[in-house]
Design a protein around this ligand. Sequence first.
Ligand code: ATP
Ligand code: RIB
Length: 408
Amino acid sequence: MFKEERRTSILNLLIKDHSVSVRKLAVLFNVSQETIRSDLCYFQKTGMLLRCYGGGIVNRQALSKLITENKIDISGTISTPANKDFRLHREGTKMSGKVCILGSFNIDVSATVPWLPQSGESILASQFGFYPGGKGANQALAANNAGTDVHFIFKVGKDQFSSFALNHIIQSGINSYCAYQTDDAPTGSALIYVSEQDGDNIIAIYPGANMMLTRHEINEQQGHISEANVLLMQLETNIDAIEEFVRLGKLANKTIILNPAPYTKNVSRLLPSIDILTPNETEASFLSGITILNIDDAQKAGNIILQSGVEKVIITLGAQGSLLCERHRTLFIPAWSAVVKDAAGAGDAFNGALAASLARKSDLVSAIQYASAFASLAVEQEGASSMPQHELVLHRMRTQSHDIINIK
Ligand code: ATP
Ligand code: RIB
């Protein structure tokens, strides 16, 4: 084996196990311990390895930078030792199921403003910051925090933001992902205004690299798709990649959830293959042609959308709650009470938690209740990617009463 090949293998082991031993590597590659020490020195110089007695441990901050700068293919499973408290907290809970998510990573540039500006208006922001975001990444984090295994597929550019993206995913605890990179577009970004008054928001998204996934790359993920119970995607990724993902999911008989956000016209060709569609009221209006002002309108919109061939529609209605429309029944699930700070990402929290709960084999109504409780906690935190932990959601569900209203 050549030096480059051996170093790539050592790097993969470091990514997987977070530590390596000189003795074991020497046996594995059938080289002297001196040779392995010189390999580890190389990684130490890059800053990604911290030497310790007998081997080395990964420097997680530097890992993503190295991966990006050296254009290393990091596809495959990366097990992440989550923050210890969370690990301990999760002990004893019965977590199961797997969600495979295809979606976006964006850098969110967020300004908190006293009110949402009108056309031509300039206003002073009271807060400003860069956050990790993108509907795909947010939903992956939500599903992870909700307690299922997650495999997240995404694409970034080869710019400074790609390191930020990889760092975020590595630190998030998401235990499996595949990050592709492209020279042809920058990492996606989003400009977000959040109103101080009620946490309401407006968002402009530049999808960049998110729109560059190829069918071939999706095909490489077939193993992860067949291991999953539920597939989840949004519309910040190019439609042909989504189409391929759905096709493979159908072949493998998976539950397929599409969050049709942001709305795009060519979503209609996907609808007959979708099990659960989760538009918010704006997207449901586009999909149905009905202006949604109340629950009656939402029900009419839901029934029209059902004619497109989707099995079930869940229309999310912000602080009001959500409406489940099936062919034989319509249920209204009110939102859980929350003290709202930032409602951006409420839909992502809802979708990630819904997918996780279904992957754990909850029935649909219980999964919606769980997703609503999860989202009600997410809106209490700043940043679209701030997601609560499973235990907190269970606590909210135990301490607030919650009815379901049968509409039809
Ligand atoms: P965004 O685009 O901001 O991510 P969205 O428009 O896709 O959000 P919403 O319909 O606003 O999604 O919210 C999704 C779910 O989150 C709702 O159905 C509700 O259960 C919950 N939710 C949203 N806002 C609130 C709130 N203010 N209080 C409690 N729960 C909320
Ligand atoms: O749903 C919120 C997300 O939408 C933000 O994180 C932003 O990146 C956009 O994708």
